[in-house]
Design a protein around this ligand. Structure first.
Ligand SMILES: Cc1cc2nc3c(=O)[nH]c(=O)nc-3n(C[C@H](O)[C@H](O)[C@H](O)COP(=O)(O)O)c2cc1C
Length: 154
């Protein structure tokens, strides 16, 4: 049985609800999940297959949320191809009033890809202007991501 590591990037808490809302859908499909509210590189065995779902908001002017900054720094210091065992899904939460809409998710996508990881499905962005309850949006999207995941794993 494969385990899905759910990583959260959140300053004010909204994205924690988004991440938690995905859990039942992933587990219903036969995966186990582990949620990381303050991810740290030491928690992951990068030499083995890794399946991550990252849910991350954007703060400052296109910056990573507080709890994710140190982790992003750790990721940026990895060698090229050090994430070649990683497949990841990515959900960005942001506010379209900012020119830097969901830039943390977009920058993370580039960073992980640069280190050899491959994304499962498209980057899914949630605009809190249009969707004041962002977990409602992720509940609509997650079944299609789980389908892509199943196609990859089985
Ligand atoms: C000070 C501040 C700066 C923000 N900057 C951005 C931004 O640059 N881009 C963006 O898309 N959203 C931005 N947002 C919107 C947040 O991403 C949005 O409120 C999100 O729901 C916060 O998620 P969280 O509660 O998980 O931290 C900002 C919000 C605040 C309070």
């Amino acid at each position: 049985m494969s385990n899905i590591e759910i990583l959260v990037g959140s300053t004010l808490g909204a994205t924690e609800y988004v991440a938690e809302a995905t859990q039942p859908f992933i587990e219903e499909a036969g995966f186990t999940t582990q949620i990381h509210f303050t991810p740290n590189i030491g928690e992951f065995d990068l030499a083995s297959e890794q399946l991550w779902l990252i849910c991350i908001s954007t703060h400052g002017a296109g910056d990573y949320p507080d709890n994710f900054r140190a982790f992003a720094e750790q990721l940026s210091k990895l060698d090229v191809q050090q994430l070649s065992n990683l497949r990841f899904g990515l959900v960005g939460v942001g506010d379209s009033n900012y020119d830097t809409f969901c830039h943390a998710a977009k920058n993370l996508d580039l960073l992980l890809t640069k280190k050899g990881a491959l994304r499962i499905g498209e980057l899914f962005t949630i605009d809190v202007v249009e969707s004041p309850i962002p977990e409602d949006e992720v509940i609509e999207w997650i079944p299609s991501w789980v389908k892509d995941l199943n196609n990859l794993v089985n």
